[in-house]
Design a protein around this ligand. Structure first.
Ligand code: B3K
Ligand code: ZN
Length: 853
């Protein structure tokens, strides 16, 4: 086990590595239990660190067989974290370090370093996995060109860069682009390639391959198409061309996350590669497109320009998320994508920012860096770039990005470097803007309105609540996009970006003929909570008339929340005017079906719990569940006719297409079904399940049946049909737990955990069952505490096997402070039980410790 009292790493302690690496030459002799890794590393003194220095190399779980410097054997001092050669054992100039180590890929269940997954050798090095492969300065600011030789009988032997030699039982790869160790990858296995090619804008032909297990080749077409579109888009929009002769993607079943951007050899969780209409939902298709793009875009934002240290993680992740969001907006519907992204941001990042795990987009300390691959670093990191772009304009953004690529190509950069290119390209001072990177917490923006003599004034107050370790929050720059409508619904002032820089600030609009209706924070122009006292009539007006699609949706959303809060906390009846406004959106065929589907979707139970908590109430999960169901029932009763008509009109006709238009229709159809399901005894869901020819509808229908306490026969049929398809069986586990009735969720999860297919060491399967339990809000927070207990038991079981996934899953408890005293006591007891367990990993110790507070 790792050290008992782990010490944090501090941003303030950064110092350059005292050596540079001119080249790395690795040989792998692969064997499941006894892989030998031979490393030849050419070191030279780093000119920025004068004087003599010890050679310190990171290394974990390695058996050192031999080591030498310039051919002479050496005996370094070793501990659990690496080795040290004192300065007097190293020449005062360049030298060659050679070491042979032995590792055990088969025993590596943590899935970090070199491990085996279903008979395939595979690596995951980000953030600090390379140190489990060989002794190395495993930090992103040490960049080097790599040459790799793989010796194995496996048919496919892959690494980064270009193939530069192969024969019976071996292959060689050369990566000419200097890279940090976290981008190293090796894959060896009985894999088949699905090939294609791409010709870059300068006319170079690139070989593309997706490597999968035999039998999976026919489910790669969408991923390949997404890759080709990503390569083209990055050329057209960012002027970025691919820079190797080959680009390989490998799909593996055991993976701690979605995918990894290793140079020239992306490794993917198979659920983000394999798709066919029968096995993947529309959401799966959209995710595949987005993640393929994301990893590909990392080639420039992450690989060619990397991070100086892990505190700068948002430099590559925030920017790459921003780029993949732009890509999806271009490929699909921009307004729908924006709404989806804001839904995710609020569900994951706002939740994080408002709880014990809140941290800045650029943190300044961590114990385990894997715990910082968070919604804040990724999603808020992307929002911050969106704000920058809004502030400097599209032209300014383009100039800054061109300068970024020019100035920092081949470097390991910082957030300071990033902001400097914007300052240099646009002449803007970004000192205040930088607070978005250094200060945690979601600002709350309160707005009040005044009208007199043709002048309309908006006054904003910004306040950011304290977060762990940060009590005071000075005001930030907040871009607030505003448009004004007149009472007829015509736009009198088109979208203008107001720049708020003070704690309190007013903005005036003069010479208006009548008091306008303001549409504020259009396009969600800043990741803040907008507190605005608006009556339901004005919300309904904006839902009907706002020309900004995001705010049109937002008005409906806010209305739904008002209505639901009234029903849940004050026992009010469902609002008729809300239902009518919703009916108008449903019937408006000028609106994109995907957009209408979003308007129809009621706020999630977790979202409502947060909303009630924000309003100073204690959320009751059972009441939230019942209130939401009551509103859905009322909507279904009042809008039954148009819902049925739309349900029928949105039926898939002809051949299946995964494109946004067809997916939008299916989303709207399922949205109608979800509401009608409350009043039709599951008849529609049962008949759709019986007739569906695609996974979106079959899965959607099954979810409805389960939600209504039905579907036993269908659950059996689904299993019979798909039992040999791992990805679909993940869905089978998930749907039963996520949609179980609140009283049955923990029991269902418990029963399924005993199913022979519950291969809990596989992260996808673990998440399918336990993640689904956490996502079942009323089930997870059941007053009995059964789900909390069951969940904590499983975290404790997984931790010794896979600490990274365990730590991530522990965030299910991050919202505990919202609830009543009884639930709080139950959760606290589970957190304390976890923390008291001997041998707990560093990952979980840090995470659960922070959650517990
Ligand atoms: N960079 C990887 C994530 C690595 C996570 C390490 N715990 C995938 C991505 O963001 O593209
Ligand atoms: Zn990424």
């Amino acid at each position: 086990m790792k050290d008992a009292t782990p010490q944090p790493t501090l941003l303030a302690d950064y110092a350059p590595y005292p050596f540079v690496i001119e080249g790395v030459d690795l040989t792998f002799r692969l064997a499941p239990k006894t892989t030998r890794v031979l490393a030849r590393i050419a070191f030279a003194p780093n000119p920025t660190s004068p004087g003599r220095h010890d050679l310190c190399l990171d290394g974990e779980n390695l058996t050192l067989v031999s080591a030498s410097v310039d051919g002479k054997p050496v005996r370094p001092v070793q501990d659990d974290t690496g080795l040290t050669l004192s300065a007097d054992q190293i020449p005062d100039g360049p030298f060659l370090w050679e070491a042979e180590v032995e590792i055990d890929p088969e025993a590596n269940t943590a899935l970090e370093g070199l491990y085996m997954s279903g008979g395939i050798y595979c690596t995951q090095c980000e953030a600090e996995g390379f140190r489990k492969i060989t002794f190395y300065p495993d930090r992103p600011d040490v960049m080097a060109p790599f040459k790799v030789r793989i010796e194995s009988d496996m048919p496919a032997l892959l690494s980064n860069g270009n193939p530069t030699g192969k024969g019976a039982g071996w292959a060689e790869w050369t990566d000419p682009w200097p890279k940090p160790a976290y981008l190293f990858a090796l894959v060896a296995g009985d894999l088949k390639a699905v090939p294609d090619t791409f010709t870059t804008m300068s006319g170079r032909k690139v070989d593309l391959n997706i490597w999968v297990r035999d039998g999976d080749q026919d489910r790669c077409a969408y991923a390949m198409d997404s890759l080709i579109r990503s390569m083209k888009w990055d050329e057209e929009v960012y002027g970025r061309e691919y820079d190797l002769d080959v680009f390989n993607i490998v799909a593996v079943d055991d993976f701690n996350m979605g995918a990894m951007e290793n140079k020239g050899l992306n490794v993917f969780n198979s659920k983000l590669v394999l798709a066919s209409p029968e096995t993947a939902t529309d959401l799966d298709f959209e995710r595949i497109e987005g993640v393929i793009a994301h990893e590909y875009f990392h080639n420039w934002t992450g690989n060619r320009i990397t991070c100086r240290d892990w505190f700068q993680l948002c430099l590559k992740e925030g920017l790459t998320v921003f780029r993949d969001q732009q890509f999806t907006s271009d490929m699909r519907s921009a307004p729908v994508k924006r709404i989806d992204d804001v839904l995710t941001l609020r569900a994951r990042q706002f939740r994080e920012d408002m709880g014990p795990l809140a941290h800045p987009v650029r943190p300044d300390h961590y114990v385990e860096i894997n715990n910082f691959y968070t919604a804040t670093v990724y999603e808020k990191g992307a929002e911050v770039i969106g704000m920058l772009k809004r502030l400097v304009g599209d032209e300014g953004y383009k100039k800054a990005l061109d300068l970024y690529f020019d100035r920092h190509d081949g470097e390991a950069a910082t957030i300071e470097d990033w902001l400097k290119v914007f300052e240099d390209a646009t002449g803007r001072d970004l000192a205040q803007f930088k607070r978005w990177y250094t200060d945690a917490g979601t600002p709350r923006l309160t707005v009040s309105e005044a009208w007199s003599d043709g002048t309309y004034t908006l006054t904003f107050i910004q306040k950011t609540p304290p977060t762990p370790g940060q009590d005071k929050k000075p005001p930030r720059v907040i871009p607030i996009a505003v448009g004004l409508l007149n009472p007829n619904g015509d736009e009198v002032v088109p979208t203008t970006v107001l720049e708020m820089t003070e704690a309190t600030q007013s903005f005036r609009f003069d010479t208006l003929a009548s008091r306008p209706v303001a549409s504020i924070l259009r396009g969600f122009s800043a990741p803040v909570v907008l507190d605005r006292k608006v009556d339901q009539t004005e919300r309904a007006f904006l839902l009907a008339h706002d020309t900004d699609p995001f705010n049109k949706w937002e008005a409906g959303r806010a209305l739904a929340k008002d209505v639901l809060a009234g029903m849940i906390a004050e026992d009010r009846a469902p609002s008729q005017s809300f239902i009518e406004a919703l009916g108008a959106v449903l019937a408006d065929e000028s609106l994109d079906p995907a957009f209408r589907a979003l308007c129809l979707r009621l706020p999630s139970e977790d979202d409502l719990a947060q909303t009630l908590h924000d309003a100073g109430r204690v959320p009751d999960p059972a009441a939230i569940h019942a209130g939401r169901a009551a509103l859905a029932t009322a909507i279904a009763r009042h809008l039954q006719k148009p819902l049925v008509a739309t349900y029928d009109a949105m039926a898939t006709e002809g051949e299946f297409s995964p494109d946004a238009a067809a997916a939008g229709k299916r989303a709207l159809r399922l949205g109608c079904l979800g509401l009608l399901n409350h009043i039709d005894n599951g008849t529609r869901a049962a008949s759709l399940f019986a007739s569906a020819s695609n996974m979106t509808e079959s899965h959607g229908a099954l979810a409805c049946l389960i939600e209504g306490g039905r579907g036993t026969r269908e659950i059996g049929a689904f299993y019979e049909r798909w039992q040999t398809n791992r990805l679909v069986i993940d869905k089978w586990f998930m749907v039963q737990v996520a949609h179980a009735l609140p009283d049955e969720a923990a029991m269902t999860a418990e029963r399924l955990s005993q199913h022979p297919d519950f291969d809990w060491q596989n992260p996808n399967r673990f998440r399918a069952l336990l993640g689904a339990l956490a996502a079942n809000h009323a089930g997870f927070h059941h007053a009995s505490g059964a789900a909390y207990r069951f969940y904590a038991d499983w975290l404790l079981k997984l931790d010794p096997v896979n600490p990274q996934t365990t730590a991530r899953m522990s965030t299910a408890f991050e919202t505990w402070a919202r609830y009543d005293e009884d639930r709080k006591a139950l959760i606290r007891a589970e957190l304390d039980r976890i923390l008291a367990t001997p041998g707990l990993s560093r990952d979980v110790t840090e995470m659960v410790g922070r959650i517990r507070g």
